[in-house]
Design a protein around this ligand. Structure first.
Ligand code: GRG
Length: 303
C-alpha cells in the first residue's frame, strides 16, 4: 500500500495500473529480506528499488508480454529485473560523483539515507539480482525462439558501455562548442532509451514473439524512450520538487533538449517522437491500445 500523497501511482488507466501493482508485489518478493545479512546493503537495496517510483519500464515489459499473448508467470520476473536495473542506475546517478542529488522519489537519495559505500554496494547488489532473475526466468519460460542466454545477453548489451553506461558517460563529459542535436540524441537514446528498449524487447521475448512483432515493439520503445527523456528535461524546468518527487533545476548548465530547443520546441519534439512510437504499433492493431495509453501518459506527465 502506498502512503497517501505519494508521488508515484501515475494516471495510467486501470489496465496499466493493475500491471504496476503486479510489479509492486513481485518486487517485494524478489528482493532479499532487509534484515538478512548484510542487512545494511539489503535494506538499501529495498529502499532504492521499492521506493515510490512510477514503474513504467516493468509495466512496459508486462504490457508487451500480454499484448503478444505471453502471460507466463516468469515474465513478471523479467519486469522486476528491468526495474532493479533502473533502481541501480538511479542510485549511481544520484551519487556525489555524478548528479549529487539529495532527493529522489519524494525522499532522501539512497546515499543520503545509507552512506555512499552502502549505496554503491546496493546498486551492484541490485544489478546482480537483476541478472540472476533474468537467468532464472529464462529457464522457466517455455520459448521456442529465444534461449535463456539470449535474454541475459540482451539485457547485458543494453545496459553496458554501448548502451546505458555509454549514454551516461557522454552526458558527464564536458564538450566545448555549441551543443549538437546528434550528440544529445546519442546521450539520451542510450542513457534512457536503452532500458525502455530492453524492457519492451524482454516483454516480447517472454511472449516468444515473431521477428516482425519484436521489430514493431522495438520501434515503439525507441521513440517512447527518447520522448520520455525529453519530458524528463521538461519536468526538470517546469515541475516543482514536490510535483516531481526529486530535485529539479538539476539540469541548469547542462546540455538538454529544453536548452537546445526551448520548452515549446522540446514539447513538440516529444510529441513528434510519440507519434512515431504510436505509428509503429499500426501492424499490432487494437491489442496495442495499452501502449498507446502509455505514450499519451508520457506526453502529459509532470513527474
Ligand atoms: C546501472 C548499468 C548501470 C549503469 C549506471 C548512472 C548510470 C549508469 C546511468 C544513469 C541513467 C539514468 C539515471 C538516466 C535517467 C533516466 C530517467 C529519466 C530517470 C527517471 O525515471 P523515472 O521518471 O523515475 O521513470 P521513477 O522514480 O518514476 O522510477
Amino acid at each position: 500500500m502506498r502512503p497517501i500523497g505519494s508521488p508515484a501511482a501515475p494516471d495510467l488507466g486501470p489496465y496499466l495500473a493493475a500491471l504496476a501493482e503486479r510489479v509492486e508485489r513481485r518486487l517485494g518478493e524478489r528482493l532479499p529480506p532487509a534484515d538478512e545479512r548484510p542487512a545494511a546493503v539489503h535494506a538499501a537495496m529495498r529502499y532504492a528499488a521499492t521506493g515510490p517510483g512510477k514503474r513504467l519500464r516493468p509495466v512496459l515489459t508486462l504490457a508487451v508480454d500480454e499484448m503478444l499473448g505471453g502471460g507466463q508467470t516468469a515474465a513478471a520476473d523479467l519486469a522486476v529485473a528491468v526495474e532493479l536495473v533502473h533502481a541501480a542506475s538511479l542510485v549511481l546517478d544520484d551519487l556525489p560523483a555524478m548528479d549529487d542529488a539529495d532527493r529522489r522519489r519524494g525522499r532522501e537519495t539512497t546515499h543520503r539515507a545509507f552512506g555512499e559505500a552502502v549505496a554503491l554496494l546496493a546498486a551492484f547488489g541490485l544489478l546482480n539480482r537483476a541478472f540472476a532473475l533474468v537467468a532464472e526466468a529464462g529457464q522457466r519460460l517455455r520459448l521456442s525462439r529465444y534461449t535463456p542466454e539470449d535474454l541475459v545477453h540482451h539485457l547485458a548489451l543494453a545496459i553496458g558501455s554501448e548502451g546505458l553506461i555509454g549514454g551516461q558517460a557522454l552526458d558527464l563529459e564536458a564538450v566545448a562548442g555549441p551543443p549538437a542535436l546528434e550528440r544529445l540524441e546519442y546521450i539520451h537514446s542510450h542513457k534512457t532509451g536503452a532500458l525502455f528498449l530492453a524492457a519492451a524487447e524482454l516483454g516480447a521475448m517472454a511472449a516468444d514473439a515473431r521477428r516482425r512483432d519484436l521489430e514493431a515493439v522495438a520501434a515503439y520503445a525507441k521513440n517512447l524512450g527518447l520522448a520520455f527523456q525529453i519530458t524528463d528535461d521538461l519536468v526538470d524546468v517546469l515541475s516543482t520538487p514536490e510535483e516531481a518527487g526529486k530535485d529539479t533545476g538539476k539540469d541548469a548548465g547542462k546540455v538538454t533538449f529544453v536548452g537546445l530547443l526551448g520548452v515549446d520546441g522540446a514539447r513538440a519534439l516529444a510529441a513528434e517522437l510519440l507519434d512515431f512510437a504510436v505509428a509503429a504499433l499500426e501492424p499490432l492493431g487494437r491489442r496495442a491500445d495499452p501502449l498507446r495509453v502509455l505514450a499519451r501518459y508520457v506526453l502529459g506527465r509532470k513527474r
